[in-house]
Design a protein around this ligand. Structure first.
Ligand SMILES: C[S@@+](CC[C@H](N)C(=O)[O-])C[C@H]1O[C@@H](n2cnc3c(N)ncnc32)[C@H](O)[C@@H]1O
Length: 245
């Protein structure tokens, strides 16, 4: 343990072990663990997440244009598909995007209605063909993102005026302040720490200021309990709304 801290604290070249950036480590992990996407412990959570999202946003099958950010194999997309006009899944793991699109094809759904793309969005004009969204969801992925502030600003860019961002992730229920790094307590097993940038989950204040920083008003913050990796965990669902004009 101490040698990990040694090299990080001193900030020079990591000679003991290779640190990959989180995005690269995530791509490798989720490519290798592709079958994990169908593990019932995740699909059940995806089902509950989709149900919670439908309570917080009035999805309309005639009009709702949805982005499922960090969509993985598309479990949440599939839950919400009957309630949307079209869905674009976005993920940085090509293998997950391929799986997503294979399933869309197998179900006979045209790609104009539902498709995934493998891209690292920057929040610049012209990306995704200039498409903007009524609602963007991101489930069980924020803890993987190195800069949740940066990603939130990017997602805010892709919202139409009045559009909503729904983020579901793990609530920080650990004692003490936001910075639990000194305590050694985390909500994720050590073996996942190379792919989880936020091992303590998130606190409500952090999510609220993250939304504000991205020009979104946090209009709802709700929590629910669920089993996750064999533990009882508390999840939050937060809604951020972009100004109407
Ligand atoms: C735990 S899975 C969740 C998948 C899906 N949202 C669900 O709930 O079933 C996390 C996903 O985040 C993706 N991911 C990790 N870092 C990312 C990033 N920086 N940008 C986009 N996607 C990312 C991974 O490739 C993976 O598919």
């Amino acid at each position: 343990m101490s040698h990990h801290h040694h090299c990080c604290h001193h900030g020079h070249a990591h000679h003991h072990h290779q640190h990959k950036d989180y995005a690269t480590a995530n791509k490798e992990h989720f490519t290798a663990q592709l079958s994990d996407f169908d593990n019932p412990k995740y699909t059940e959570l995806a089902r509950r997440a989709a149900a919670a999202m439908r309570k917080q946003y009035a999805f309309d099958e005639e009009s709702t244009v949805l982005m499922d950010f960090a969509c993985g194999a598309g479990h949440i997309s599939r839950q919400l598909a009957p309630h949307t006009k079209s869905i674009v899944g976005v993920d940085i793991t090509q293998a997950a995007v391929d799986l997503y699109n294979q399933r869309v094809l197998n179900q006979g759904i045209p790609p104009e209605e539902m498709r995934a793309v493998c891209v690292e969005l920057k929040g610049e004009e012209g990306e995704l063909g200039g498409l903007k969204f009524d609602v963007i969801i991101c489930s069980m992925s924020y803890h993987h993102f190195e800069s949740v502030e940066g990603i939130t600003r990017t997602l805010s860019f892709f919202l139409k005026p009045g559009g909503a961002l729904l983020v579901l992730d793990i609530l920080n229920t650990l004692e003490g302040t936001q910075d639990t790094s000194g305590t050694g307590k985390t909500l994720f097993d050590e073996k996942f720490h190379h792919i989880v940038a936020h091992t303590s989950g998130f606190k409500e204040d952090q999510i609220r200021s993250m939304y504000e920083g991205a020009g979104l008003t946090c209009s709802m913050f709700d929590t629910m309990k669920a089993r996750y990796h064999g533990q009882d965990r508390t999840f939050f669902l937060a809604k951020g709304t972009k100004a109407a004009s």
